[in-house]
Write a protein that binds this ligand. Sequence first.
Ligand SMILES: Nc1ncnc2c1ncn2[C@@H]1O[C@H](COP(=O)(O)OP(=O)(O)OP(=O)(O)O)[C@@H](O)[C@H]1O
Length: 256
Amino acid sequence: MSGAGAMVGRLPRVSVSSSVLRTEGLYKRYWRKTALEPLNFSLEVGEFVGLLGVNGSGKSTLMKMAAGLVRPSGGHLEVLGLPPGPHSKLEVAFLPELDHLYPRWTAREAFAFFDRFFTMNRARFFGLLEFLRLEETARFGTLSKGNRTRLRLALTLAREARLYLLDEPLSGIDPLTREQILMTLMREFRATDMTMMLATHQVAEAETLFDRVLVLDEGRVLLEGTADEIRARRGSSIDRAVKEAARERRALEEPV
Ligand SMILES: Nc1ncnc2c1ncn2[C@@H]1O[C@H](COP(=O)(O)OP(=O)(O)OP(=O)(O)O)[C@@H](O)[C@H]1O
């Protein structure tokens, strides 16, 4: 990949001793709907964790709580040792699912806007544009869906942050390109101390990509562990293990 060194640039500040994200009994209800059941989970410095699950399993809810955008209903949540707040807004780079960029902005202008609020890594951003084959001068509103997704990803990863939360960062990109982008980016970024959680429906990506996965199903933890642990425990690929575990849970819950 071209510009790989420049892409990574300065390493984010890290505190080696404590978890970047820690939850204890964290849960979320929207009126009567439970989006996330009490969750005990932690994310350590330098880890790259896959947050997996089908639509509505609670992935975005967990990410939004960690990003300080949704208030938990109860339990304990710590980001970099403190409840989410102004400190974590600066230290957490969150890529939401929805397009949030002004359509008339070029990549350059979007970068300048972000640069007013966050610590941005210019060399990394332009390295990412090159790698993702994005033009600096094209307006966001004129880009294809896949290219808009790429630009949003580049802006998020160009932030100097201690935690990156990427919610379906490659939706709308064809599977082959998606795999290439993810594999290359992760190879680059995992050589640093960047800590990431990436939400995806694409369970098969967990086979090779992540240090560890957390699989949610209807707001509950279905599986958790490294790919090797899950394969050893269940004797099958993660993709199959997730399907089997979901089937088993449904069978247990069916009234007799
Ligand atoms: N603002 C809200 N008000 C009411 N219910 C909500 C709200 N946000 C999410 N939910 C519900 O909470 C549950 C979990 O939703 P969430 O968006 O976290 O799932 P998800 O795994 O991210 O889904 P997807 O993959 O489709 O993005 C769903 O049943 C959803 O309908």
